[in-house]
Design a protein around this ligand. Structure first.
Ligand SMILES: NC(=O)c1ccc[n+]([C@@H]2O[C@H](COP(=O)([O-])OP(=O)(O)OC[C@H]3O[C@@H](n4cnc5c(N)ncnc54)[C@H](OP(=O)(O)O)[C@@H]3O)[C@@H](O)[C@H]2O)c1
Length: 251
């Protein structure tokens, strides 16, 4: 099966590293026009910009609503609209219930702002365009943590990812008649800088001991799924979550 995304205008958040970078590369290779969002790592998108004329880099701190709106507006002005939104960017801040209360709540709010608030606002704007054009897809990168739960240091992270799952399911149910579909992808440990923080704390063995497969998932193991979902070939799976966790958590 050859997937040609040449008519698709796709915004990917967090294109500069890890999973988002692999997703962006795969979408560009399939011919899509891709908005490469980044924040602090502009060098992460340089090669993709050089190689693909259909790519545009856009900077935004997703912790600031005004910058989230700017990101959306810059994307749609450049490409003339949007067909697919991939909410990939995310943060996993370590915190402890023994932290000082204000610090605990500051970490909680920051996690919710980036992992859920920015997702909500970008999706709201995208849906308004999708309703008008009677088509559009939302692909959200959630986490195994939404279903299995996480360790004590990542309570906010898991809660934000659980919220993302419910949000996606609601979009799928509420806007299907408008030609809009929405999907979750739930990765387990995937070899990126985010996972490295966890591995540094708990060791590689902790991250790999419960895998059914013989090696940890890499960003390239997730990217083809996004190409497939963006193509529309899986639209009747709207509302569903696809686990990509090397068999570490089957539910
Ligand atoms: N890696 C895993 O094991 C794993 C497992 C399950 C789910 N996930 C999910 O997969 C997604 C990608 O994770 P990853 O492992 O690829 O993460 P990563 O390597 O840490 O990369 C995070 C990306 O998000 C962007 N980002 C972070 N904070 C931002 C902010 N405040 N404003 C704008 N952009 C921001 C970063 O941009 P800059 O570098 O340009 O600032 C970067 O492109 C996340 O939603 C994560 O929760 C990851």
């Amino acid at each position: 099966m050859n997937i040609d995304l040449s008519n698709q205008r796709i915004l990917v958040t967090g294109s500069s590293r890890g999973i988002g970078k692999a997703i962006s590369e795969a979408l560009l290779d399939a011919g899509a026009q891709v908005g490469l969002h980044y924040n602090s790592t502009p060098q992460g998108i340089e090669l993709l910009l050089e190689k693909h004329s259909g790519a545009k880099g856009i900077r935004a701190n997703l912790g600031e609503s005004s910058e989230v709106l700017q990101l959306f507006n810059e994307f749609t002005s450049h490409f003339g609209g949007i067909d697919v939104l991939v909410n990939n960017a995310g943060i996993a801040i370590q915190s402890s219930i023994n932290d000082e209360d204000n610090q605990f709540m500051q970490d909680w709010r920051q996690t919710m702002e980036v992992n859920l608030g920015a997702v909500a606002l970008l999706t709201k704007k995208a849906i308004q365009s999708f309703v008008e054009q009677e088509s559009g897809r939302v692909i959200n990168i959630s986490s195994r943590a939404a279903f299995r739960g996480d360790t004590a240091e990542y309570l906010a992270y898991a809660a934000s990812k659980g919220g993302m799952v419910a949000f996606t399911r609601s979009i799928a149910r509420a806007y299907g008649k408008n030609g809009i579909t929405a999907f979750n992808i739930a990765p387990g440990f995937t070899r990126t800088e985010m996972a490295q923080d966890f591995i540094d704390e708990y060791g590689e063995e902790y991250a790999t001991s419960d895998l059914a497969l013989n090696k940890m998932t890499e960003p390239k193991d997730i990217a083809p799924l996004v190409v497939f979902l963006a193509s529309g070939l899986a639209d009747h799976a709207t509302g569903s979550t696809i686990d990509v966790n090397a068999g570490s958590y089957v539910h």
